[in-house]
Design a protein around this ligand. Structure first.
Ligand code: NAP
Length: 271
């Protein structure tokens, strides 16, 4: 069977957990060759092994420019070209409005925005050489609505969505499409501190937290179930594949209708 990504080469950052891991599985199932990255070597290697010859893990920290560049170089070395980049890696950011520090801001910018900007930058020439490509940046409904993340996370995800529009305009003439996905509440370890924290817990503890989270999130939208990593992977597949070939500069909200709901105002004195 010919998959929807047959013959395509994809890089997925943050492929060791949650949304990125589900996307790596789906992309390989649809015929892509995938280089997945992250810092959790054991988890990355285990997933790549499970997915077979079409997948390889490359250890990289997206806050380090040299790692971002090396990621693209590795994909070219291993698979010979680059068609799809999913800038997905990310996690919680510290700080609140009253007391935020320059260090917290710098950390957040490095993790959520600089990583995306540099990922795009290093993908441009290889994608031009392939005759075009699809870049997908993982944003968030936190960039659209109050109370879906703290202040820094929300502002930086809004910046990711707008950076995406600007990049899609500049790169469109090279047939490189740049889009964001804005997930709603998706059941992943990001809710208990991100994959780095999850690595410190047992499988049983992580599974217990996941079950509890899914039960809670099933009440978070008009739909009677939790958002799942595979919901976002399917959106990424659409944007990466030829089905999305006329979609550019778009922010694809996948939230079960959550952004259409009224969000409660802050409790006075809570910040
Ligand atoms: P997750 O399960 O915690 O996965 C986060 C991934 O990002 C992991 O693979 C992690 O890998 C990687 N990562 C984090 N910091 C990194 C760094 N400095 N360098 C390299 N990789 C790094 O969380 P998730 O929910 O799947 O999050 C994926 C993306 O979706 C994030 O950008 C997040 O902001 C966005 N998002 C999530 C939701 C949601 O409800 N889950 C909603 C909106 C947006 P290592 O730990 O191996 O480094």
């Amino acid at each position: 069977m010919v998959g929807r990504l047959s013959g395509k080469v994809a890089v997925i950052t943050g492929g060791t957990s949650g949304i990125g891991a589900a996307t790596a599985e789906l992309f390989v199932a649809e015929g892509a060759e995938v280089l997945l990255t992250g810092r959790s070597r054991d988890k990355g290697n285990a997933l790549a092994e499970k997915l077979g010859n079409a997948a390889v893990y490359h250890e990289a920290d997206v806050t380090q420019e040299a790692d971002v560049k090396a990621t693209v170089d590795q994909a070219l070395d291993r698979f010979g070209k680059l068609d799809i980049l999913f800038n997905n890696a990310g996690g919680p950011t510290p700080g609140d409005v009253n007391g935020i520090t320059p260090e917290q801001i710098r950390y957040g910018v490095d993790l959520l925005l600089t990583s995306v900007a540099l990922g795009i930058r290093y993908a441009i020439e290889p994608m031009k050489a392939s005759g075009g490509g699809s870049i997908i940046n993982n944003s968030s409904i936190a960039g659209l609505r109050y109370r879906q993340g703290n202040v820094l996370y929300s502002v930086l995800k809004a910046a990711v969505s707008h950076y995406t529009r600007m990049a899609g305009i500049e790169l469109g003439p090279h047939s490189i499409r740049v889009n964001t996905i804005s997930p709603g509440a998706i059941a992943t370890p990001i809710f208990w501190g991100g994959s780095a924290r999850a690595n410190t817990l047992t499988d049983e503890d992580n599974e217990r937290k996941m079950q509890k989270l899914q039960a809670n999130l099933s009440r978070a939208t008009p739909l009677p179930r939790s958002g799942l990593s595979m919901d976002i992977a399917e959106a990424a597949l659409f944007l990466a594949s030829d089905a999305g070939s006329y979609v550019n500069c778009h922010d694809l909200v996948v939230d079960g209708g959550r952004t259409s709901m009224f969000m409660e105002p802050p409790v006075p004195g809570s910040s």
